[in-house]
Design a protein around this ligand. Structure first.
Ligand code: 5RP
Length: 240
């Protein structure tokens, strides 16, 4: 089974968890998209009556286009379940998220949800977090100074490039290109990379989050209740 087929299977499996009357949190990324497509299918074919709350403009548009009503998180009295993807998952169910640039809204939505279901293929399983990168969402105002604070702690990284949002930062970084990635919130993403696997991600998170201008890190601790891993032989296993 190829990567796309695995994501589709995962999306279908997660869509089966949704019941009429639920308020459903929609994650962001290619796996979350497969879930949204399966959810749309169930809404159309089984007349499932749900409302959704989205972690990105893209996921909201996709759901609305498929006939799923999407409300603002501020209007949702609660969120029953959020289904999202992940970039790295360790044996303690700690995650790194944010390769799609939606980490801040994803974390707010997951924290507001009664349960978070994470869908990923086996390539996302790691023994220690920090294998790929750690995205950090940063306020555009003073972002160059915020970066210096991060680097003074001994960490290395780079600004995420590629414009995906209509929102432009109100403050331009010195000597920076025009194509900085801008989140749905109008912020920038700084991607940290590591030369060694992370031994203490909680400590790193608390160091970073104390820096003024750092809005959120891509670490998700104690949020993922259920993690479904898709394997190339077609099996889906729940991480225990
Ligand atoms: C977006 C995310 C995504 O959920 C994560 O990057 C996984 O994406 P994909 O399912 O495309 O591999 O955190 O901010």
């Amino acid at each position: 089974m190829d990567a796309i087929e695995i994501k589709k299977e995962l999306g279908q499996k997660a869509a089966q968890l949704i019941q009429s009357g639920m308020i459903v949190g929609l994650g962001t990324g290619s796996t979350a998209e497969c879930f949204i497509h399966s959810l749309i299918h169930r809404v159309k074919t089984e007349k499932l009556s749900i409302q959704a709350v989205a972690s990105s403009e893209h996921s909201a548009e996709l759901a609305r286009a498929g006939g799923v009503p999407v409300m603002d998180l501020n209007e949702a009295p609660h969120v029953d379940i959020t289904v999202d993807g992940a970039d790295e998952i360790d044996p303690q169910k700690r995650l790194i998220k944010g390769a799609g640039g939606a980490l801040l809204r994803e974390k707010i939505l997951a924290s507001a949800s009664r349960s978070m279901v994470v869908l990923a293929d086996e390539s996302k399983l790691v023994s220690h977090l920090g294998k790929t990168k750690l995205p950090i969402e940063i306020l555009s105002y003073g972002a160059a100074a915020t970066r210096r604070h991060i680097e003074a702690l001994g960490y290395k990284g780079s600004w995420r490039l590629g414009l995906f949002s209509e929102i432009r930062p109100t403050f331009r970084l010195p000597q920076q290109t025009e194509n900085l990635f801008v989140t749905d919130n109008g912020h920038l993403i700084f991607d940290l990379t590591f030369s060694h696997p992370l031994q203490n991600p909680e400590q790193l998170h608390s160091e970073l989050i104390q820096i003024p201008g750092v809005l959120e890190t891509g670490f998700f601790f104690h949020l993922a209740k259920t993690i479904l891993i898709g394997h190339s032989n077609g099996q889906i296993k729940q991480l225990s």
